[in-house]
Write a protein that binds this ligand. Sequence first.
Ligand code: FES
Ligand code: CO
Length: 380
Amino acid sequence: MQLFVKCNMMHLTLKVETSMEATLMTVQTSVAAVQSTPLADQFSCKDEALINDWHVVGFSKDVVPGKLVPVRLLGRDLVLWRDAAGQVHLWEDLCIHRGARLSKGWIEKDTVVCPYHGWRYDGTAKCVLIPSAPGETPPAKARAFPHKAVESCGFVWASLGDPQHDVPFFPEWNDAEFRKFHAGPYFYQANGFRSVENFIDATHFPFVHAGLNGVQDSPDRIETYEVYEDPGLGLRTSEIVVFQPYGDHRQVPVKAGYTYRCFRPLTAYFSKRVEVADPNSKHKSKPTDRFCTFMTAQPVDEVSCIIRLGVAINFAPELTEEDILRRQDIVFEQDRIIVETQRPERIPIDLRMELHHRTDRLGQAYRRWLGSLGIHYGTI
Ligand code: FES
Ligand code: CO
């Protein structure tokens, strides 16, 4: 008889052999190399489409040298830090010695110091000092568990696997005609996909953003629009035109033409063509006036997320960053209140589970797309 026992932290195989003749039981043990992910990940996301994608886990400006930033992504606890050379690192928030949280420690001499027994890990994730044995070289297995982290468009992006796509790019980021700002973070006790779907939904404006992005007593009729799926590039729509009484930060009524894109399941975008509505003030807008928003949702777990935005504007230079952010904060707080009430919390991707209307075409395509990508985490 052979009995194999496996545990998650290390592949420990006990092979127990018995035979009729044998009077002795021999027990062989073999310890294979420690696997690359620690025990703590057992309840987190397993969907390859999400594991192998890039997710925003912070603004670059918030990750300063000398500071450990705890991060939660797809049900995993991680720690983010920046070394003295400016490189960002994202590791499991776990010390291999006894499982203490590294984020509760500190940074000293460009190493992360575990708060429990003071083991120190350098930027290559290697343990370089065990204080109880200061003259000894730490064993090779004494390492942190690193993940991929890069910076782009002012965000820190992380992948827990092998990314199959480039990091999504904010189209206006390098366009000198646009002023760029970051807004958020907005903490939603709501599913990331429901939050993205809210962002790409033009029919909620007159109700959730009454007086700002729509008029409750006179909702816009949404004409049929097109949704395109470009292989590898996600979803995009044709233009959807609505009237907005306070459609941008100048507080003037505008005709707004939204073109949406979903770059990745948790990274969306719109470009809004802005035209001052008052026929006597047409001269106040140019056909090229655009307000663009690049929206990222960090999937903390299946039912909570953190929204961070990039916004770009190529008109109204008199608007200050404060003017811009004030309006973003109002709008995303209005959305939060509604999205947090949605049930079931995890987005249903079986289209029969909720009722879809002609005007929800992008939402339907989004759910179908999530299904086609094989996403189960955060969905039902
Ligand atoms: Fe980290 Fe012991 S648990 S040094
Ligand atoms: Co909204």
